[in-house]
Ligand binder design. Structure first.
Ligand code: HXC
Length: 265
């Protein structure tokens, strides 16, 4: 199979639009932020560490001529910090059209060794952080009739050992996505999720997939390859574009069929 690298979307798709991307300093969400910038959007990337965000901003600006990027440090567990982020993003771009809620934390740990605080920490970042971000952006999205993408996962569909915290959090994110789609449809706001499967070129995957198992793992995927950040970028462009105008409350799985097949198909 030829692996697509170039966007099939028009370069000016999001000119005049503005996006806030939590977790945008690295990994999948940095790719999503970069893809939006490539297609003309003003992008505010949010993460906990300013120096990491500044590097990410420089990287996007080096790749995308004329990119307009704001890099703001905030913890998604802090609603007042997020309110400030939205205010600054709106001041910089004059509007906010898109929220990408991607900030997440994760580590492998058997449930019997997981402390209550460790469990709660991941719930607080992944689930409560997504709720906080959606709430903080709501008033701006009402004005723009904007759109939300919550970044979720596939590991919660069947349950994944050593991931009690992340599975619980992402199951909650999926439920939250559907409820917000129902409640905010009246404002013209669409709320969807993207569930990446294993993505090859990310630190998260290095952390979670045991070394030396990649080749075997790929063969268990019906489409015989792991995902790339680029695959998630394409899904993002689609879901935020008018091509998905009637799509809301949908969790868009991008995994080559991996979770459906299971590890021993
Ligand atoms: C067991 C752990 C642990 C580990 C932390 N804890 N790491 N327990 N195993 N490896 C426990 C701590 O001991 C503490 O509990 C509690 O968790 C909180 O830890 P802190 O370090 O104080 O929390 P914090 O600084 O907020 O860090 C959050 C974090 C951290 C989630 C724990 O790993 C983090 O910030 N990660 C962000 C980067 C990241 O993980 N990126 C990968 C995302 S990939 P006690 O009881 O001691 O107080 C991703 C993809 C998911 O999410 C999909 C995969 C397919």
């Amino acid at each position: 199979m030829t692996i697509a690298t170039e966007s099939v979307f028009q370069k000016n798709l999001f000119v005049g639009k503005s996006a806030v991307v939590t977790g945008g300093g690295s990994g999948i969400c940095l790719g999503m932020a970069t893809a939006l910038a490539r297609h003309g959007a003003h992008v505010t990337i949010v993460g906990r560490t300013q120096s990491k965000l500044d590097n990410a901003k420089r990287g996007i600006e080096a790749e995308v001529i004329g990119a307009r990027i704001l890099a703001l440090a905030a913890d998604v567990r802090d609603p007042s910090a997020l309110a400030h982020v939205m205010e600054q993003a709106n001041n910089a771009a004059g509007r906010i059209d898109f929220l990408i809620c991607g900030a997440a934390g994760n580590f492998l740990c058997p449930a019997e060794q997981l402390s209550t605080n460790a469990f709660k920490t991941v719930i607080d970042i992944d689930l409560v952080g997504t709720f906080n971000t959606c709430k903080a952006g709501l008033e701006y999205l009402k004005k723009s009739q904007g759109s939300v993408i919550n970044v979720t996962a596939t590991l919660q569909y069947k349950g994944t050992p050593f991931m009690a915290h992340a599975c619980a959090a992402k199951a909650g994110v999926d439920a939250l996505t559907r409820v917000l789609a129902l409640e905010w449809g009246k404002y013209g706001i669409r709320v969807n999720g993207i569930a990446p499967g294993p993505i090859d070129d990310t630190a998260g995957m290095d952390k979670l997939l045991p070394s030396g198992t990649k080749e075997f793992y790929q063969q268990t995927v019906p489409l015989k390859r792991m995902g790339r950040v680029r695959d998630i970028e394409f899904a993002t462009l689609y879901l935020l574009s008018d091509a998905a105008q009637l799509v809301t409350g949908h969790i868009h799985v991008v995994d080559g069929g991996e979770w459906l097949a299971g590890p021993m198909n």
